[in-house]
Write a protein that binds this ligand. Structure first.
Ligand code: AMP
Ligand code: ZN
Length: 478
């Protein structure tokens, strides 16, 4: 597989440190609110990378953090007059719900900054001991000029950065960082302010800087050298540049072999962000559209291409997904008949000669720097082909083989389900709804109308409408 490496600015063959294994670290969200659909882009894209590597037989160690100590979280906790941990725990739980809805697999580990403080203190100590960091009145700074290759990821020249910073000397005073030896230096550890969460450290009570947490958590859960470090393109500078400086200055080893960055999700041509106020939360969007459509939409562009979010485009994705679902449904109907016919010679020939071509074209697209846009086109072609090459006379076993291939490519690798969401509701939820309906019928028989109404209202709140018909009670989703 070829991956575009931000470090070298070219597509390179993916060769992991240990054959057959891949250690991937993706910067996760800062948890002070519901995630917006821009945040969902790296989640979906790099989850798909992980799924594809697993499909190719790699054992993937996928680590993605939650930034749970940060000014934004603290500000919100002050505003709401609750501990910062209450804010972060709440939004971690909400974020996990959104990830599940979007069929993003849980990471191997989801570390949280606040639970890894001893490791961070150790790294700061190492950096002070080896001359890459210094302390001033409870703040520890990383000495950027002590790290020769600073700027190598973002392709920035250190002297240009220096002159940019000098112009900002007033801002340094405002931020309380005017004791730096050099305007380029960045914070590893900062002293606590009144009312803020803090931890004991050799430099007094305080908290870690943002960049430090990713360096420490990736080291702890993957090792000194990662195979792939990923995140949104806004993180290249300064976040990832600073992570490299900290990690490589501490370990003396290469920090990550490949760097992948997704382009931004835009809205009406503008960057979608909280600060611009032009964002939608995943929760809002998933109320209007099936989350599978959102996932499918996100993969409709290669991850390094900016993607515009609009009603029209998401509705196009809904129509496209519908074609795949219809194709899968046709196959599963034939499978469901279980007609016990032997696979015919013509069917076998299709399975041996035609289908593998689709699979290898899908893999080629994915091997080309995760080109999910082209991979989806191949799935469309496969569906067109299976529609044209199956009918009521096809053998169920043949249809099952076609279904399984479609399932592997769409469901397993892209994470886009090929069964309709309604079908998924089937098991537990349907059983529960039907038990409530039975209880309501019994209540009515006993003239306990209050309980019967209570059940009707409870179901209505869940979006389930009951209809009393001559054949009995029918229900549907609102
Ligand atoms: P944050 O919570 O701002 O640190 O963002 C979490 C992740 O979402 C990072 O990898 C960001 O680069 C990414 N991200 C934020 N906004 C967008 C956007 N509009 N499009 C794509 N990725 C984004
Ligand atoms: Zn990070």
């Amino acid at each position: 597989m070829k991956i575009y490496n931000t470090m070298t600015r070219q597509k390179e063959e993916f060769v992991p440190l240990n054959p057959g294994k891949a250690g991937i670290y993706v910067c996760g969200p800062t948890v002070y609110d519901f995630i917006h659909i821009g945040n969902a882009r790296p989640m979906i894209v790099f989850d798909t990378l992980r799924r594809y590597l697993e499909h190719k037989g790699y054992e993937v160690n996928f680590v993605t953090n939650f930034t749970d100590v940060d000014d934004k979280i603290i500000n919100r906790s002050i505003k709401e007059n609750v501990p910062a941990s209450e804010i972060s725990e709440k939004y971690i739980a909400e974020c996990k719900k959104d990830m599940e809805a979007l069929n993003v697999k849980p990471a191997t580990v989801h570390p949280q900054a606040t639970k890894e403080i001893p490791e961070m203190i150790d790294m700061v100590k190492t950096l002070i001991d080896n001359g890459h960091a210094y302390e001033k009145n409870g703040t520890v700074y990383f000495k950027v000029r002590s790290f020769d290759s600073y700027g190598k990821l973002s392709h920035k020249n250190i002297d240009d950065l220096e002159s940019g910073h000098r112009a900002e000397s007033h801002q340094l005073k405002v931020s309380g960082e005017d004791e730096k030896e050099d305007a380029l230096d960045f914070v590893l550890w900062k002293p606590k302010k009144e009312g803020e969460p803090y931890w004991e450290s050799p430099w007094g009570q305080g908290r870690p800087g943002w960049h430090l947490e990713c360096s420490c958590m990736s080291k702890k859960y993957i090792g000194d050298t990662l195979d792939i470090h990923a995140g949104g393109e806004d993180l290249i500078f300064p976040h990832h540049e600073n992570e490299i400086a900290q990690s490589e200055a501490a370990s003396g080893k290469e920090f990550s072999r490949y760097w992948m960055h997704n382009a931004f999700l835009r809205i009406n041509g503008d960057k979608m962000s909280k600060s611009l106020g032009n964002f939608f939360t995943v929760r809002d969007i998933c109320e209007k559209y099936d989350p599978q459509i959102v996932r499918f939409f996100m993969l409709s562009a290669q991850y390094r291409t900016p993607l515009n979010f609009s009603k029209e485009l998401i509705e196009d994705s809904a129509k496209g997904l519908e074609r795949i679902l219809n194709g899968a449904e046709k196959l599963s109907d034939i499978v469901g008949k279980d007609n016990k016919k032997a696979i015919s010679e013509a069917e076998q020939s299709i399975l041996d000669n035609e289908i593998p071509k689709f699979v290898s074209r899908f893999d080629e697209a994915m091997d080309d720097d995760l080109n999910t846009a082209d991979a989806i086109s191949v799935i469309f072609e496969l569906v067109r082909f299976t529609n044209a090459n199956t009918d009521e006379n096809s053998s169920s076993d043949y249809a099952k083989k076609l279904y399984d291939i479609l399932f592997e490519l769409s469901d397993t690798v892209l994470g886009v389900h090929i069964e309709r969401a309604e079908d998924e509701m089937a098991s537990e939820d349907v059983a529960r709804i039907e038990a409530l309906i039975a209880e309501r019928t019994a209540a009515k028989k006993e003239k306990n109308f209050a309980r019967a109404d209570e059940i009707r209202n409870q179901l209505l709140e869940e979006g389930i409408i009951l209809e009393d018909t001559r054949e009995g009670v029918k229900w549907k989703r609102a």
